[in-house]
Design a protein around this ligand. Structure first.
Ligand code: AMP
Length: 197
C-alpha cells in the first residue's frame, strides 16, 4: 500500500500516520524528519538544507525528490509506505509520479485530512489559554500567530498538490475535524476500498 497523507498542522496527521504504520506495517516517510536527521548528522544535504529550513522556506525540489527516491528503495519500503510532508509542490508530485513509474510502482491513494481553518485556529487559541491558566509553559507551536503562519504555508503548498491527485482519481478527503475515532474509521474505509480495487 502506497499512500500520501496530506493535512495541516493540528489536524491529527501524526496520530493517524503512526496508527497506519502499525496497522499496515509499512514505514512513514517524513521528509521533514529525514531532513532534520541530515542536518543533525551534518551530511552534505543537511548542510545545504539547514539555513533554508531555519528560515521556514521549502528545501529545493531536487533535494527532497532525491531523498525520497533513495528511501523508497530501502527494504522496509518494499511493501509500501506512507508519505508525510511530501509532495509539497506540483513539481514534487510530478517527480514522484515519474519516479514510481520508472520503478514499476503506483500510488494507491492520497488522503487529505480537511479542516475548517478558523475553527482549528480557535481550538489552538483555546488550548494555549487553558495551558496558560493552568500555569503550564506555552508550546511554541501553539502560539496562535506561529500556528496561523504554518497553516497558511500548508494551504499554499497543497493548493497545487491536491488538484493533481484529484485529476488522477487518487484524492480522498476525510473530515479532519471529526472525533479521532471517526477520522480513523474514515481513513480505514479508504484503505480497504483501494486495497480491494
Ligand atoms: P515538516 O516537518 O514537514 O514541517 O518540515 C520541516 C521543514 O523541512 C519544512 O519547513 C521545509 O523547510 C523542509 N521540508 C520538509 N518536507 C519538504 C518538502 N517536501 N519540500 C521542501 N521542503 C521540505
Amino acid at each position: 500500500m502506497r499512500l500520501i497523507l496530506l493535512g495541516p498542522p493540528g489536524a491529527g496527521k501524526g496520530t493517524q500516520a503512526q496508527r497506519l504504520v502499525k496497522t499496515l506495517n509499512i514505514p512513514q516517510l517524513s521528509t521533514g524528519d529525514m531532513l532534520r536527521a541530515a542536518v543533525a548528522a551534518g551530511t552534505p544535504i543537511g548542510l545545504k538544507a539547514k539555513a533554508v529550513m531555519e528560515s521556514g522556506a521549502l528545501v529545493s525540489d531536487d533535494i527532497v525528490v532525491g531523498i525520497i527516491n533513495d528511501r523508497i528503495d530501502e527494504p522496509d519500503a518494499k511493501r509500501g509506505f506512507i508519505l508525510d510532508g511530501f509532495p509539497r509542490t506540483l513539481a514534487q508530485a510530478r517527480a514522484l509520479e515519474a519516479m514510481l513509474a520508472a520503478k514499476g510502482l503506483k500510488l494507491d491513494a492520497a488522503i487529505e485530512l480537511t479542516v475548517d481553518a478558523p475553527k482549528l485556529v480557535e481550538r489552538i487559541v483555546q488550548r494555549a489559554a487553558e495551558a496558560k491558566a493552568a500555569g503550564m509553559p506555552a508550546r511554541k507551536d501553539d502560539d496562535p500567530e506561529v500556528f496561523k503562519s504554518r497553516l497558511g504555508a500548508y494551504e499554499r503548498d497543497t493548493a497545487a498538490v491536491t488538484p493533481f491527485y484529484r485529476e488522477r482519481g487518487l484524492l480522498h478527503e476525510v473530515d479532519g475535524m471529526a472525533p479521532i475515532g471517526d477520522v480513523a474509521k474514515a481513513i480505514d474505509a479508504v484503505v480497504s476500498e483501494v486495497a480491494a480495487a
